[in-house]
Design a protein around this ligand. Structure first.
Ligand SMILES: Cc1cc2nc3c(=O)[nH]c(=O)nc-3n(C[C@H](O)[C@H](O)[C@H](O)COP(=O)(O)OP(=O)(O)OC[C@H]3O[C@@H](n4cnc5c(N)ncnc54)[C@H](O)[C@@H]3O)c2cc1C
Length: 262
């Protein structure tokens, strides 16, 4: 029989959104639990850019020092077209803005938020997935399962879906998700390069074909570390997963997913 437990707020999803919410709730003295179906944090850079306003919010939380120590300042962007430099954007802000732009891999943002949350005695309950819920006027009863097959019911005043783009909470509530994926496919890599471009600048290098359309694109975002960048580039047609799935036909397998850069 499933265990039954209760809390004020059940946060589903320990990405940056769920972790920030849980930390803010705990900071305000609200009891909460945070669950994630993954057994461990993913090691990918994913969302790297940290806005000045986010740093202000981290300051309010008491986390800005750790974030700034782990991040690198983002100073601007260099743009190239067909190999020629087109200009340089300097990320200069009015003097009253206390922080600049910074770059920090998402896995580090999540690590810092998780450590911060731990100071309030709250840890992520991992390998634990929300599989269903029912709400009534007094609250929500959520059904969770762990990878070991255990089931549990959590009763909470609020259930908050921070469970990403394929949110089970959103689907369970019958809410729509407007928008869709870009048709372009990108491949991403975290790499160390040896070049003499100035540190702290993103690089956007594009190639235009004779018809004026962009037929190749490389975007590099600085990461903490010596010469480290997160590079994303358009997938050439011969490597396209969507094209390979199309060529294999309807029975040819493939997940049919186009992974667009957000
Ligand atoms: C390869 C890649 C590159 C990206 N690059 C950028 C970028 O350059 N810039 C940018 O702004 N954004 C980028 N993104 C997007 C960015 O990562 C997301 O916007 C961000 O992660 C959203 O945060 P979130 O907390 O809302 O959700 P997520 O980070 O998706 O976290 C949701 C969490 O919920 C958990 N979960 C899902 N379902 C359940 C369930 N039923 N029960 C329990 N747990 C569940 C998941 O395991 C996950 O840990 C990128 C994403 C990817 C995949």
């Amino acid at each position: 029989m499933a265990r039954s437990e209760s809390t004020d707020v059940l946060v589903v999803g320990a990405g940056p959104v769920g972790l920030t919410l849980a930390a803010e709730l705990r900071r305000a003295g609200v009891a909460c639990r945070i669950v994630d179906r993954l057994p461990a944090r993913l090691p990918y850079a994913k969302a790297v850019g940290v806005q000045p306003r986010t740093l202000e919010l981290f300051e309010r939380m008491g986390l800005v020092r750790e974030v700034l120590d782990a991040a690198v300042p983002m100073r601007g962007q260099l743009t190239y077209e067909n190999g020629a430099e087109q200009g340089r954007v300097e990320l200069v802000l009015p003097p009253e803005v206390p922080y600049g732009f910074a770059a920090l891999p998402q896995c580090d943002t999540e690590r810092l938020l998780e450590e911060f949350l731990g100071r309030y005695g709250t840890g992520i309950e991992r390998s634990t997935a929300l599989v269903g819920f029912a709400q009534d006027p007094a609250g929500v009863t959520s059904r969770l399962t762990t990878t070991s097959g255990d089931g549990m019911e959590v009763r909470s005043r609020f259930l908050v879906g921070c469970d990403g783009a394929h949110s089970a909470v959103r689907k369970g509530l019958g809410l729509s998700f407007e928008g869709g994926a870009f048709p372009e496919e990108y491949m991403l890599a975290d790499v160390e390069v040896g070049w003499d471009l100035p540190p702290g600048y993103g690089v956007r290098s594009m190639h235009r074909g004779e018809d004026g359309a962009i037929d190749d694109l490389l975007v590099c975002i600085p990461l903490p570390g010596n010469g480290r960048y997160r590079m994303s580039m358009l997938v050439p047609p011969e490597l396209s997963a969507a094209r390979q799935a199309e060529a294999a036909g309807p029975a040819g397998g493939g997940d049919g997913v186009t992974h667009g850069l957000e």
